[in-house]
Design a protein around this ligand. Structure first.
Ligand code: UDX
Length: 447
């Protein structure tokens, strides 16, 4: 176990905040979690995570049992905390720019708490924010609300890079820590906190807040660009007999300069970060008079990518009106019940518009999907029941249980026809047994 550290606070108990809070608590750190949503706080205090995340139920239970995590809506509970992490959401405004209202509110509350408390506290912004937010928004709000001088508290930008579905693992074993600070005391405080938490420190990049903020946007936009790039090449593969994007990506990834990650072609990226962050970066750049062509192209490519499955279905079935289409997987990726920006939503809305009837199955996301897609979609209790009687089945999210399906599992379809939207099935096994199409898979090469 890591060396004991003083009490810490976490403001905002979403994916980042709650995963970070239970990770800290699991290593003996007394943690206070703040959120404005009383319903969410009640669930957390009861040991029920408000979202599906591997390892979270166990760590949350342990943190509560050992009384290392306390949650409340009252920011005054943060008084005396040596380090306070701000992990509130930064959603998109209607025009795609970043909505900083949660950051502003959270910072004001923390500032008022500082006014009433004594001693030094370091405020650490983990939320994804546009460059300049720490210096131009957070610091002035903290100073005016706390009525304290800058030297009485510290400020750091420390963006979070965790992935949903791997949130605990990524918090415990990050590739790197990016820390943006303007003064030595803030730097020493945060590095020493992390030394206590990690024991052996991960790689650390020390820089200014502005660079730290931009590193987060540039990283997410670059990863999104890698995905859109491979999806573009996949479209080309679809039109070349014998071509296979999986082999092409594998060959590319063997080059150390390219690296294999984020080269899995599919129906596009979803989730709460990539789309939102690219839009915020584009809007921010535009405000500076700079046009970012590559992130824009990545975003546009991704917007049309889910509809690739619809085009393929149409190529085989003709008019989709009255056709029954099975969708396997609804969440934006496996390991989560998060439906934000899920490609399944774009695809299903396209199918419904074309007059198809949609029968969908997901191991955990149906409840959340229903809130977005409503009752126009039928929801199944199993993959088998959604597939039965369908004219086409589209794999939209690569859950493990779908990877185990074999051609015989599709035999009870009205027309055994599978579109692999995530490249999980071996064409050598599926081709010839049923109609089989896949993202980035050209027709069989004529020999
Ligand atoms: C992402 C970043 O990875 C993380 O560092 C940041 O903090 C938040 O945003 P997350 O959205 O949780 O994390 O998921 P991620 O695993 O990155 O996947 C995002 C989307 O890209 C998913 O829809 C996934 O299916 C898709 N994806 C990912 C691909 O289509 N191909 C790939 O090769 C990788």
């Amino acid at each position: 176990m890591a060396k004991r550290t003083g009490r810490v606070g976490i403001v905002g108990l979403g994916y980042v905040g709650l995963s970070t809070a239970v990770s800290f608590a699991s290593r003996g750190i007394a943690t206070v979690g703040i959120d404005v949503d009383e319903g969410k706080l009640a669930r957390i205090a009861n040991g029920e995570p408000p979202f599906v995340e591997k390892g979270l139920p166990e760590l949350l239970g342990k943190a509560l049992r050992h009384r290392r995590l306390m949650v409340t809506s009252d920011c005054d509970a943060l008084a005396g905390a040596g380090v306070v992490f701000v992990t509130v959401g930064t959603p998109s405004a209607d025009d795609g720019s970043i909505d900083l209202s949660c950051i502003r509110n959270a910072t004001s509350s923390v500032g008022r708490m500082l006014r009433r408390s004594e001693g030094y506290s370091l405020i650490v912004v983990k939320s994804t924010v546009i460059p300049g937010t720490a210096d131009d928004l957070v610091m002035p709000v903290l100073m005016s609300e706390s009525r304290r001088k800058q030297a009485d508290f510290g400020l750091a930008s420390n963006p979070e890079f965790l992935r949903e579905g791997h949130a605990i693992e990524d918090t415990m074993h990050p590739d790197r820590l990016v820390i943006g600070v303007e003064d030595k005391k803030s730097e020493r405080t945060l590095v020493s906190f992390y030394r206590g938490f990690y024991g052996r420190l991960p790689k650390i990049l020390l820089t200014t807040p502005v660079n730290a903020e931009l590193i987060k946007y540039a990283s997410n936009s670059f990863l999104a660009t890698k995905i859109s790039f491979i999806n573009d090449i996949a479209r080309l593969c679809n039109s070349i007999p014998g071509a296979d994007i999986r082999v092409v990506a594998e060959g590319m990834g063997l080059d150390k300069r390219i690296a294999p990650g984020f080269l899995s072609a599919g129906l596009g990226y979803g989730g709460s970060c990539f789309g939102k962050d690219i839009k915020a970066l584009l809007s921010f750049a535009q405000s500076k008079g700079v046009e970012l062509r590559i992130p824009r192209a990545a975003h546009e490519t991704n917007e049309r990518q889910p509809l690739l499955a619809l085009e393929v279905a149409r190529k085989h079935l003709g008019d989709l009106s009255g056709k029954r289409i099975a969708i396997l997987g609804l969440s934006f990726k496996p390991g989560t019940d998060d439906m934000r920006e899920a490609v399944s939503v774009v695809l299903i809305n396209g199918l419904l518009k074309a007059g198809a009837s949609v029968v969908a199955y997901d191991p955990v996301a149906i409840e959340n999907a229903r809130k977005i897609l409503g009752s126009e979609v039928s929801y199944s209790k199993s993959a088998a029941s959604s597939i039965q009687g369908a004219d086409c089945c589209i794999l939209a999210t690569e859950w493990e249980e779908f990877k185990r399906l074999r051609p015989k599992n599709f035999a009870k379809m009205n027309r055994p026809f599978l579109i692999d939207g995530r490249r999980v099935y071996d064409p050598a096994v599926f081709r010839g047994k049923l109609e089989f199409e896949a993202v980035g898979l050209g027709t069989e090469s004529p020999r």
